[in-house]
Design a protein. Sequence first.
Length: 455
Amino acid sequence: MMVNKWIKFSRIDKETKIIYLPIKIAEKTKDEIDIHYGLKKLKVNCIFDNELKNTGEFNNPFIIKCDKTILDALMILDTLTYQLLIKEDGIHIGPVIGFMMGEQHYYYHNRFLQDLKDAMRIYEEVGGLFIAFKTSGINWNKGYLYGLYYEFKEKRWKYSKLPFPSVIFRRTLHREDKDIEKLKKMTKGKMFNTFKLDKFQVYEKLKMNISFAKYLPPTEKLKSIQIFYNFIKKNQKIILKPNGLSRGRGICIIEAIDKDLFKIYDYRDEQKKKVYRIKDTEILKFLINNKFVMRDYLIQPYLELGNIDGNVFDIRIMMQKDAEAKWQCSGIECRVAGDGNQLTNISRGGKALTIEDTVNRAYRGKLNPEQVEKDIIAISKEFCNIMDGNNGLFAEYGLDLAMDVHGGYWFIEGNFRPAFKGFKLIDYETYYEICYTTVRYAVLLAGFKNRREER
């Protein structure tokens, strides 16, 4: 038995633990039943009401009269519109979805919540309670949390005391494991991004797959100065990357331009790059003084990337699980480095282009943009399928792929919490679809419907 309807609650000022269910939508329901709301559950008494107000559409939901003690005990917000799902184990009201944020106060500024607010543009197809919270707002003993919830009528986030959500999207990867483990256990594993792999852990996993290994540039941990010398001798130009950072932070490129001279492209200062030359007698001192060996760096050959008018580019592919739990490509953007720059990050002056424009300009008719798009989506899906065997629940990746001057494909990085603001610069609809897709998957995990066709 499964019934799914749009509802809204009408609070009754009594303390009888009674909910009034329209008999037409709950004719087979028992007189005593459990109500589930997020992770809360309460046994209540049902009275069946012959009166059925409204049509049951989102903008005209069925009105469910309910004793205030039930609403208060379950912490149900009666200003919101919900899906009512009647199953064998009781009545489920929801969905109740949580976004776990970082602890910094500015994470709750409207600007930071903009992509979440944009995701709520599909509220009319999912309904329910959406919560933005941080772990410091949790009362573990009493079973509730303080956070922000999305008030659909007002189109804004409001602060309140709230129930635990049944599905959590972890949007910060910098929290103590004990908090994550508690939430993972409470939600029965329905928590996105339960852990994060660093760059080298991802590389080690991918290189075990024979099919995918061909896209990986040679990579090692910089455990000794000798490893540096081996790489620079073989490749002449190498790139040093922090193992645990993303978004181009901490990168240093070193090029052997003569037998006794090196050129350094230093991007460790996020505000500006530094370019300087040092003699081979000074390179050892440079590496030691800057603690590259001690600070968990990776070393790779610098790839001769495809370029547009001398400016290199790479490709960001947004892969997300959709409302059917299948991996889909939600968007592709090419990022072209700014003049005189070797990093493509938008924050460092890079610009976003479409795949068609990039391939046509970089390869001047030698490659077919449609085939390139098919290839990179296939590579990205292969990555996602490999990572799905990682015993963690992941719903999205931002993959960075590159193409060399000959059109060969290279895997650069897989981002577990990807930024996608660059899509705003080339296609707002794609940006919105990226915002929506993970929400739809969360609703599926919560056991409710994505009622897209009803909008």
